[in-house]
Design a protein around this ligand. Sequence first.
Ligand SMILES: *Cc1c(COP(=O)(O)O)cnc(C)c1O
Length: 379
Amino acid sequence: MKKDKIWLSSPHMGGDEMKYVNKAFDENWIAPLGPNVEAFENELKNFLQEKREVAVLSSGTAAIHLALLRVGVSGGDEVICQSFTFAASANPITYLGAKPIFIDSENETWNICPLTVEKAIKDRLTKGKKPKAILAVHLYGMPYQVDKIQQIAKKYEIPVIEDAAEALGSSFNNRKCGTFGDYAVLSFNGNKIITTGGGGALVCQNKEQKEKVIFYATQARDKAPHYQHSKIGYNYRLSNVSAGIGVGQMQVLEQHVNLRRKMYNFYQELFEEIDGISVFTEPSKDFYSNHWLTAIIIDPEKTGGITKEDLRLAFEKENIESRPLWKPMHLQPVYKNALYYGEAVAENLFAKGLCLPSGSNLTNEDRSRIKKVVLTVFK
Ligand SMILES: *Cc1c(COP(=O)(O)O)cnc(C)c1O
């Protein structure tokens, strides 16, 4: 008999989600607005602990799209974007007819390299092209070099869009990720640290910005008894049913962060004795990762030739999911003509890195199965 699949990151319900979903049904709030939407926004706002306003949306991708729109990105503009990320970070730049300028990672956080960002901005300025925004990502939950990116953004007066889709519960200098950018993006997709079965949010600086975001997310209706439009709008609001799942999930968010970090500790211990493998770790006490996914780098020169692909296939045989790190955007066929600044940091991470099962719902039995595969491959 085939063993149950161990997923990289699967939905993990806390228990009260159905209560709020049922409430939506009982009250017939089956719409992209209602009490669960408001409650979920308030819960998120309280969790972030800063003066911020939150608009929940149909996806993280929609949130990035609206953030770019709101900072004024339009056709022909250039946007600085971390190359080492999921395609959803970059694609909305293309939706708007703008061009991503991809930037390499730095070695400590694997995220956008501040030195390269500044180099790129200077070079674009000499071409008469000032980038319209900087899109930085807290990949796998690891905060990017927040202070350095903020400094550059301030110096050149370029807004920052903070992609915190993977980093709810992470923090930098004791301040929560999702509170640093001019706008910050959250995702509640099925594989994220909490889920609404599909959903996202845009964290805004104030009420006026939030209202504008909701205006665009609900078809840009002008104030009139009939339907009147002077702007192009979108249908991007989160449903009150999905938001009910979100309200339930907020009760277990802290717990999920602790459990993901426990998985990271499990891997640290497991790989401690194995040469040639390093577990992706916070560079200093300023960084606190939710360890959404635990990632490792396997150096075949130190493992006697064993590669990340060998380990991945060994896991696959035991019905355990693992996955290479994100393939950088500047190496993606769809972005082959895009500009790129940097060296080969992200490229090397992609060549040697693997994400491991990291769900908050993994059991002791799951961990035993994972450990057995690792010890067999690296005996
Ligand atoms: C998941 C994710 C997104 C997109 O979120 P969706 O809710 O799936 O649209 C954007 N950026 C990163 C880094 C992500 O991991």
